[in-house]
Write a protein that binds this ligand. Structure first.
Ligand code: IDE
Length: 451
C-alpha cells in the first residue's frame, strides 16, 4: 500500500522560507548616504578575507532586489528572512536617519508582501556601524540605547508590514569570532573583552525588545546558533569539556534571555577573573518576554578535553562522518536532539529554524541551465526529516528558513563557499536555481509530504 502522503506532512501554517543577510548579498555598502560598517572596514583590511573578497558588490541585491523577490516567488517561498544594515539606516549609528536607506527596505518589504511572502526582519546580522565601533561598539554599555534607537526607527517605519522581528543573529558568533578569536569583525582577541561584548549584546537585545513592546504590535525574538556537544569518551575530562562547551556555545545566550542568568561554567570554568559581576538590573533588562526563538543549526561537535584557550575543549573529527566544504559534519540527529533539549530547558517556546544549510562543491551551471547539487538536496532532506521527528516529540516548530537563498559572501571565507539553493555567477550576477531549489519548491508545495 502506498505510504500515506499525509503521514509526514508538516503542521498547517508551517512557514517555509529562505534566509540571507545584508552584508552578504546587498553590495553597494556606501550607496545613497549609507555609512561604513565594521565589515566594510574588516574586509578591506589586507589578509582578513579569502582572496581579499569584500561586500562591495556581493550579489548586487541592492540593485536586483525586485528580481530576487520574483525569484523567491517563482520558488514558492512563503517567507524570507533578511537583515537590515544599521549603517544604511543610521549612517553615524545614532541620530540622523538616512531616508534612502530606510526606503530601500520599505520597498523590499512591500514587494515581498505583494508576492505573498512574509518578511522576517533581523536587526543585527554582524554589521555594526563603524562610527559606533569607534565609540567602543559592543564594549560600550551605551550600545544598548544605540541599538534600541536603531530598532525603534525600523519598528515605526515597518511594523505591521513586518510582523516577525529578530533582534540579534547569533550573539555567540559575534563575540567568539569578533572579540575572542578575531576571525570576524572587528577582529579583537581578548578573553577580557569577550564577556563584556556578550553582556552588552544581551543588554542591547533586551533594550530592543523593551522598545518594541512600546512601539510594535506583533512578534519579536532572538536567533541563536546551537551546536549540540557529544562527549568523545565517558572520561571525566571529556565529560567536563563537553559540559563547558555546551554552556559556552549553547546555554549562554538563551539562558540569559529566557532565564535571566548565565551558566555558572562561564565564570567558574572558562573566563574566571575575566568574567565581571553584573548588576541585577542588567539581568532584568536582558530577560524580556519573547514571542519566539530562532535556532540556526548546521552541525554537531563530538567534544574532548584539550588545552585550547580559554575553553579547554575541542572537536574530534569523525572517521566515518560526512563533512561539508566548511568542515562541518552532516549530523541531522543533532537537530532533533537540540530541539528536544531546548523544549525541555526553555518551555517549548514557538521556534523557527532560522538557518540550516550546507556548502558543498557545486558544479558550474550545465548547458541546459541546471546545477546538480545532490549533496545539498540530501542534507536538506535529512534535516527537514529531523525537524519532523522533533515535532512528533512535541516541539513547537513553526517554520524553516534554508540558508541560503543565494550563494553569497561567506564572511572571512569570501565567495569561496557556496551555501545557496540558487547559484550566483558573480561575474554576470546571473541567478540559476540549483536542483536543491527545485526539490525545496516541491517540499513547500506538498507541505513536506514529498520529502
Ligand atoms: O556559515 C554559514 C552561515 C553564515 O553565512 C550566516 O551569516 C551565519 O548566520 C551563520 N551562522 C552559522 C553557524 N555558526 C557558526 C559557527 C562558527 C563560525 C561561524 C558560524 C553558519 N552561518
Amino acid at each position: 500500500m502506498a505510504a500515506n502522503p499525509n503521514a509526514r506532512r508538516f503542521p498547517e501554517g508551517f512557514l517555509w522560507g529562505a534566509a540571507t543577510a545584508a552584508h552578504q548579498i546587498e553590495g553597494s555598502p556606501m550607496a545613497d548616504g549609507a555609512g561604513p560598517s565594521i565589515w566594510t572596514r574588516f574586509a578591506h583590511t589586507p589578509g582578513m578575507t579569502v582572496n581579499g573578497d569584500t561586500g562591495d558588490v556581493a550579489c548586487d541585491h541592492y540593485n536586483r532586489w525586485k528580481d530576487d523577490v520574483a525569484l523567491m516567488a517563482s520558488l514558492g517561498l512563503k517567507a524570507y528572512r533578511f537583515s537590515t544594515s544599521w549603517s544604511r539606516i543610521l549612517p553615524d549609528g545614532t541620530g540622523r536617519v538616512n531616508q534612502k536607506g530606510l526606503d530601500f527596505y520599505s520597498r523590499l518589504v512591500d514587494e515581498l508582501l505583494d508576492k505573498g511572502i512574509e518578511p522576517l526582519l533581523t536587526l543585527y546580522h554582524w554589521d555594526l556601524p563603524a562610527a559606533l565601533d569607534d565609540r567602543g561598539g559592543w564594549l560600550n554599555r551605551d550600545v544598548a540605547d544605540w541599538f534600541a534607537e536603531y530598532g525603534s526607527v525600523l519598528y515605526r517605519a515597518l511594523d505591521g508590514r513586518v510582523k516577525k522581528w529578530v533582534t540579534l543573529n547569533e550573539p555567540w558568533v559575534v563575540t567568539d569570532g569578533g572579540y575572542l578569536h578575531g576571525a570576524l569583525a572587528p577582529g579583537h582577541r581578548s578573553k577580557y573583552e569577550t564577556p563584556i561584548a556578550t553582556h552588552n549584546l544581551m543588554r542591547a537585545h533586551g533594550a530592543a525588545v523593551k522598545a518594541y513592546r512600546e512601539i510594535g504590535k506583533h512578534e519579536i525574538g532572538l536567533v541563536v546558533n546551537i551546536e549540540p556537544k557529544y562527549p568523545n569518551t565517558q572520561s571525566p575530562e571529556d565529560l567536563a569539556a563537553t559540559k563547558r562547551a555546551h554552556a559556552y556555545m549553547n546555554e549562554q545566550y538563551l539562558d540569559a534571555a529566557l532565564l535571566g542568568k548565565y551558566p555558572p561554567e562561564l565564570k567558574n570554568e572558562i573566563f574566571g577573573d575575566a568574567w565581571p559581576e553584573w548588576a541585577d538590573e542588567d539581568y532584568a533588562l536582558i530577560k524580556q518576554k519573547l514571542d519566539f526563538i530562532g535556532i540556526n543549526y548546521y552541525t554537531r561537535s563530538v567534544t574532548q578535553a584539550t588545552d585550547s584557550y580559554p575553553l579547554k575543549a575541542g572537536a574530534v573529527r569523525q572517521k566515518l562522518g560526512t563533512y561539508t566544504e566548511t568542515g562541518w559534519e552532516v549530523f541531522p540527529q543533532g537537530l532533533t536532539d537540540l530541539l528536544v533539549w531546548a523544549k525541555d530547558r526553555y518551555g517549548n517556546l514557538p521556534t523557527y529554524i532560522t538557518e540550516n544549510g550546507a556548502a558543498f562543491f557545486d558544479p558550474a551551471v550545465a548547458e541546459e541551465g541546471r546545477v546538480r547539487d545532490p549533496l545539498r538536496m540530501g542534507y536538506l532532506k535529512k534535516h527537514l526529516t529531523a525537524i519532523r521527528d522533533a515535532i512528533d516529540q512535541g516541539c513547537d516548530i513553526r517554520g524553516y528558513m534554508v540558508w541560503s537563498l543565494l550563494d553569497n559572501l561567506e564572511w572571512s571565507l569570501g565567495f569561496s563557499k557556496r551555501f545557496g539553493i540558487v547559484h550566483v555567477n558573480y561575474g554576470t550576477q546571473e541567478r540559476t536555481p540549483k536542483d536543491s531549489a527545485r526539490w525545496y519548491s516541491k517540499a513547500i508545495e506538498t507541505h513536506g509530504a514529498s520529502i
